[in-house]
Structure formats: structure tokens, C-alpha cells
Design a protein around this ligand. Structure first.
Ligand SMILES: [Zn+2]
Length: 284
């Protein structure tokens, strides 16, 4: 995907603060640089840009051992940042020693500012059939780590809705399951809601061809809804194709409020309350 054109302008600020449930600051900085003045600390610039529009907290998501370690360290130093740790499902089949990586993830999961295990899951789009077994083993191992540490599981589901539910059923789901970048239709959303899972919607909900996703949002109660960027990817309309960052969350949460027929301020308050409950407080 091309992300030419630089960071989009800041949207109108939110009246009630909300948080970004899934972002990759490291990949954003590597691929797109920093919004605003050159020379500023890139992480602080991204946090400040988000806070400026009412996105006052975020969850930084690790995708391999190195980025998970980086995420955990960052969360230890920045009050508005919590971390999750994992080996991404597209990364797991490529590792020479998956067990060693999983031991490192387990150790990181014990840290107090690490508040989730993920992103983990299944990706039938990008992983060839010979990687399926390693991917499934890694998913099962992350589920076990989440349960041992009593932390939410952040699930990556790409073209694998049915198998995701099968593995969760077979292994036994942790208390909190978050379907990151929810991509199912209203029927799959209804099934996930019934299981008590949280559905995290990304900028894709703003895309013109995303009627199914908006129908999914319409059947998801505000208490089971989260909002995310998955930055630097999935930039909401009208800026699709340009780099994404947490300060663009207002565009997505406004689309989500419209799709679900929920008052914007009420939705932001509900999302914030859910975040503080499942990830634990950002402060302290
Ligand atoms: Zn992600």
C-alpha cells in the first residue's frame, strides 16, 4: 500500500476523551516519520498529537520479540501508553525457534505495564498452507499465556472467522477476548457479542464499501465496542492511503457512532470505561 502524501490534518477534537486500542508507534515512525515539527521526539509527538484531539491514551501492540520488548519499555516510561506483547501470526511460521520466542513473550507478559497478549491469531490471507500448523500452535500458546497472566487476548483474524472461534473453544478462551480490526459481518458480530468478546473497529468502518462492517457495528452494544487505528495502516476516510496515527481516531469513532446509532459522547465514555476495566488503569 502506498502511504504517500504525509500525515493528514488533525480532525475536529472529541468532547469526551477516548483511547486507541491498537496502534504500532514503532512501525508508524519507521514508515511515515512524525507529524508536526521535525526534531521532536517521535513518540512524544504522536502522543501529543493524539491528546490534542481527545485521544489521551493508547495501547502499543508488539508483533515480535523485539517490538514487544520495545513496547513494554515504552509503556513503562509513558503514562498514556500501555503495551501488549506477542509474535504476530504472520511472523510465527517464519521463526527458526518459536518456543524460544514464546518464552520471551511469556516473560514480558508478566510486566505490570503489559496489559494484554497479542496480536495473535490466524491469517489465512497471507500465510501459505505450510505455515498453518505453526500459526495455530502459536495462537494456542498465546491463549495459554493470556490465561496464566490474567490479561486480555488481542486477536488478529484475517479471513479466519470460523477457525478463530474453533481454536478459542478448543483451548478455552481467556476472560477478555478482543477481536482487533473486526472484519466480520452482522451475523459474526452477533455471535462474538453473545460470547462476551469485545469488537475493536478500525478505519475500515469508514470505507465506502464497508456496509457489512457498519451493519456489524449496528449490532454491537457500546459496552462491547472498542476503536483503534492499527496505525500506520487502515487510515480512515477521506485520507485512505495516507499514514495513520492515533490522532485520526475521531474520524473512525464518529463513523462508528453513526453506524451504531449511538450518541458520540456516550460512545466515547463507554469505550473509555471498557478500556480502563479490561486493560486496567493507565494511571498507576
Ligand atoms: Zn496490528
Amino acid at each position: 500500500m502506498s502511504r504517500a502524501g504525509g500525515f493528514p490534518p488533525a480532525p475536529e477534537p472529541l468532547a469526551v476523551p477516548v483511547f486507541d486500542s491498537h496502534t504500532h508507534l514503532d512501525i508508524t515512525i519507521e514508515e511515515a516519520g512524525v507529524p508536526g515539527s521535525p526534531g521532536a521526539d517521535p513518540v512524544e509527538a504522536l502522543i501529543a498529537a493524539a491528546a490534542g484531539v481527545g485521544v489521551d491514551r493508547l495501547v502499543q501492540v508488539g508483533v515480535d520479540v523485539a517490538s514487544s520488548r520495545w513496547s513494554a519499555d515504552l509503556a513503562g516510561r509513558h503514562g498514556p501508553v500501555l503495551a501488549t506483547v506477542a509474535v504476530h501470526p504472520n511472523e510465527a511460521p517464519r521463526l527458526a525457534d518459536l518456543d524460544e520466542a514464546l518464552r520471551a513473550i511469556e516473560a514480558l507478559a508478566a510486566q505490570p505495564r503489559v496489559r494484554g497478549v497479542g496480536e495473535t491469531g490466524l491469517d489465512e490471507y497471507r500465510t501459505p498452507p505450510e505455515g498453518t500448523l505453526a500459526q495455530q500452535m502459536a495462537f494456542a500458546a498465546h491463549i495459554a499465556i493470556a490465561k496464566r497472566h490474567g490479561k486480555p487476548l488481542v486477536v488478529h483474524d484475517r479471513d479466519a472467522h470460523r477457525r478463530i472461534l474453533e481454536v478459542l473453544d478448543a483451548e478455552g478462551a481467556p476472560d477478555t477476548v478482543i477481536l482487533h480490526c473486526f472484519s466480520g459481518d452482522a451475523a459474526f458480530a452477533t455471535e462474538c457479542v453473545r460470547r462476551g468478546y469485545l469488537l475493536s473497529f478500525a478505519g475500515t468502518v469508514t470505507f465506502a464499501n464497508a456496509g457489512g462492517l457498519r451493519a456489524a457495528a449496528a449490532v454491537t452494544p457500546p459496552e462491547q465496542m472498542l476503536v483503534e487505528t492499527d496505525a500506520p495502516y487502515l487510515t480512515p476516510m477521506p485520507y485512505r492511503g495516507r499514514p495513520n496515527a492515533s490522532y485520526l481516531i475521531p474520524l473512525t469513532v464518529r463513523a462508528l457512532a453513526a453506524a451504531s446509532g449511538t450518541d458520540l459522547d456516550t460512545l466515547c465514555a463507554a469505550i473509555s470505561a471498557t478500556g480502563e476495566r479490561v486493560f486496567g488503569p493507565w494511571k498507576g
